[in-house]
Write a protein that binds this ligand. Structure first.
Ligand SMILES: C[C@H](O)[C@H](O)[C@H]1CNC2=NC(N)=NC(=O)C2=N1
Length: 120
């Protein structure tokens, strides 16, 4: 497990800080294949994963869902045949919190449990 994936999430409130520029850079470089994009007026961390069929993509989606429920922090997941695209951001602060980077790292860990190949 990566060091980032081992970290625990803090409870997030409206007063929780967004990541600073420096922290954001340091965290992002630990997440291969994850892109930071500006969408719908806020930044998010996103990655598309390729699978051999719909069932594998659905199994992965359910694993990410279980992770989200356990942490009470929820991603947007677009599920398609052979692909699932996961996006993390923190709704309460309308931006990126350290929790999003931790859960992106954990997403990379749960993909190891199903037969997949990460894709752009
Ligand atoms: C009330 C509940 O704790 C909040 O709505 C949680 C649920 N899941 C969440 N998920 C994400 N990504 N951001 C949030 O701010 C958030 N808030």
């Amino acid at each position: 497990m990566s060091d980032l994936a081992k970290q625990t999430c803090d409870a997030c409130r409206k007063s929780s800080p967004r990541v600073t520029e420096g922290e954001r850079h340091r965290l992002h470089e630990q997440l291969p294949g994850w892109q930071i994009v500006d969408a719908k007026g806020h930044e998010l961390l996103t990655k598309a994963y390729k699978f051999k069929n719909f069932a594998e993509a659905l199994a992965f989606t359910n694993r990410v869902g279980a992770l989200a429920e356990a942490e009470n922090h929820h991603p947007e997941i677009k599920l398609e045949w052979g692909r699932a695209t996961v996006s993390w951001w923190t709704h309460t602060i309308n931006g990126l919190h350290k929790n999003d980077f931790i859960l992106a790292a954990r997403t990379d860990e749960v993909v190891g449990d199903v037969d997949s190949t990460p894709s752009e």
